[in-house]
Design a binder for this molecule. Structure first.
Ligand SMILES: [Zn+2]
Length: 248
């Protein structure tokens, strides 16, 4: 599904467009002119569907050059291993998160609890995946017509990463993962590495960006006035409150 120039939606689950596997996050694709960059990989439970949606736009498996992971929760990273195997894409992840991904450490991403909660089938497992590119906060990742700025924005989990790009027409886009959703909602989880304080600090940082387009990990995107959504969350945090929880 084409969202705007060079930007596509490739997968989305029940908390979004209910298009691929119900548990999938939103997976976006950016056609940089020198390779297609995926933002997140989905659960891996319907990678064929994800790839099919891109093929419908003429984006074949050989075009997919990179997968940038916003965080390691299985709905975002579970498909990385298979996409890497099928397409040869390089997997890019925050440096601190790479050992967890490479070890397939399910405890570190709270997958046993998520399975127990029924968010995943009992037989769902997380595949270890090699991290080809290690990202650090503040890095600029240049490919084709785009430069992705890497922002480590912990809170929803320990290793959340947002990716910020400016288009040739001057628009600013943020792939926000699960850090902030449409309407300024946040995604609270009763997990060891969720931190409201860290999330409020991350929101403060994002509120300093001028943003036109917000492309979150679940739910609907905002294709204009994206700063308003961040500001909603930041304003509530700055009054010592807690923004609304995103629950679909
Ligand atoms: Zn998450």
């Amino acid at each position: 599904m084409k969202i705007r120039k060079d930007i596509y939606l490739a997968a989305s689950g029940r908390l979004g467009f209910d298009w691929t596997h119900p548990a999938d996050c939103n997976v976006y694709a950016v056609d940089t002119g020198e390779g297609v960059v995926l933002i997140d990989s989905g659960t891996g439970l319907n990678t064929a569907g994800l790839l099919h949606h891109l093929a419908e736009h003429g984006i074949g498996t050989d075009c997919i050059s990179h997968v940038l992971l916003t965080h390691l929760h299985a709905d975002h990273s579970g498909g990385a291993c298979e996409i890497r195997r099928i397409t040869g894409a390089k997997i890019a992840v925050l440096q601190e998160a790479a050992p967890i991904l490479e070890a397939g450490d399910e405890e570190a991403i709270s997958l046993p609890q998520a399975r127990e909660a029924g968010l995943y089938a009992q037989d769902y497992t997380w595949n270890a995946c090699k991290a080809d590119i290690l990202l650090n906060d503040g890095d600029r990742f240049d490919i084709g017509n785009y430069a992705f700025k890497v922002l480590h924005t912990p809170g929803h989990s320990g290793f959340d990463t947002c990716f910020y790009i400016r288009t040739s027409t001057g628009d600013s886009l943020l792939f926000s993962g699960d850090t902030v959703m449409y309407g300024g909602k946040i995604s609270m989880l009763n997990t060891y590495d969720f931190s409201m304080l860290a999330l409020s600090e991350s929101m403060k940082r994002l509120a300093g960006l001028t943003l036109d387009v917000l492309l979150p990990g679940h739910g609907q995107p905002a294709l204009s006035r994206a700063s308003e959504h961040i500001e909603t969350a930041h304003s509530i945090f700055s009054k010592l409150g807690i923004p609304a929880n995103f629950s679909g």
